[in-house]
Write a protein that binds this ligand. Structure first.
Ligand code: GLN
Length: 312
């Protein structure tokens, strides 16, 4: 690394890159190109322990420049102007300090749908996409499936099912009014607000009727393990969406205790669970009279979804 490159990096990090160049008469002797700034940000993130440093650098820059990620590659030598750098710099710092990328950009893609996210809700995970795909795989050809999404958060599961099932009836509940507000906004954003009935409810407390599918990604992290979560999770995401009490099973059990009363005959419950909770949850579900109780693994081969049906 040359002296000038070192100097650039210091100046970028301290937020004075351009100004200083101008002040010192170096105008445009050095401009940051897309490629250079991506390399720099990747290294900076790597040093700060950000796991997917290159990808996140790209996502953050694409967001700042209001372009698709792929466009960064189409024009790697594009210089960034002062305003773009000024916009990018604080975002890089926020990410470095632990704020999850999705909360910084305020957006996430779930099953190809664009959703807003912020600290009111958990950021939807790939595992939850897998659970939603599983439901779609089983019910894609059924018309008019009646679905209940418990603890909908950002609305991700309900919205994806409303989008991809054939004329379903979808109810989505959450005990957090703040989460529900955002879930409704997300439904609107995807033109699905008329397809989903949102209601405030603590699990089944305000739910009526029977459903062919009841789905939930409940909090399932054992309280004692919360402090072991990554900083970006434990300091930023809503704890009530993660804290599953002793052994992480409290909310899963709460749901399983009542689920049979709200399933249609032959209806199925799908619950996302922790990777080491499979056997316990399976036994518990069977003890609640559910039939065909089974576990489905996620793409990493971990028990991740519990399924069980009510007797036909
Ligand atoms: N998979 C999440 C995590 O550990 C936990 C989600 C949940 O409790 N529902 O980051």
């Amino acid at each position: 690394m040359t002296f000038l490159q070192c100097y650039d990096i210091l100046k970028f990090a301290s937020g004075t890159a351009y100004k200083t160049y101008k002040d010192e008469g170096y105008i445009l002797s050095k401009t940051w190109t897309v490629k250079e700034i991506l390399d720099w940000t990747r290294d900076y993130f790597k040093g700060a322990g950000v796991e997917r440093s290159r990808l996140e650098a790209e996502q953050l820059l694409a967001y700042t420049l209001e372009i698709d990620r792929i466009q960064l590659y189409m024009d790697p030598d594009r210089p960034l102007d002062e305003k773009e750098l000024d916009n990018f710099r604080p975002l890089v710092k926020e990410r470095k300090s632990g704020q999850p990328l999705q909360y910084i950009t305020g957006q996430v893609s779930f099953m190809g749908l664009s959703l807003k996210v912020d600290e009111r809700v958990l950021i939807p995970r790939p595992e939850t996409e897998e659970m939603t795909e599983e439901i779609l795989g089983e019910f894609r050809d059924n018309e008019g499936v009646k679905v209940l999404d418990l603890g909908t958060g950002s609305g991700a599961i309900a919205i994806a099912l409303a989008r991809f099932l054939v004329e379903p009836t979808i109810s989505a509940v959450d005990k957090s009014p703040e989460a529900l507000e955002l879930a409704k906004e997300n439904a609107q954003l995807n033109n699905l607000e008329k397809e989903i009935d949102f209601k405030q409810s603590d699990w089944f407390s305000e739910v009526t009727g029977n459903y062919d599918v009841i789905v939930s990604n409940p909090p399932y992290v054992p309280s004692s393990k919360l402090k072991e979560l990554k900083p970006k999770i434990k300091y930023h995401e809503p704890q009530e969406a993660l804290d599953g009490g002793d052994e992480g099973l409290q909310e899963i059990k709460n749901i399983l205790n009542q689920v049979e009363d709200f399933l249609s005959p032959d209806g199925t419950v799908f619950l996302e669970i922790g990777h080491d909770q499979g056997e316990d949850v399976k036994d518990y579900a069977a003890a609640q009279n559910l039939q065909d109780v089974r576990l489905i693994e996620d793409s990493r081969g971990k028990d991740r979804i519990l399924c069980g049906s009510k007797e036909a």
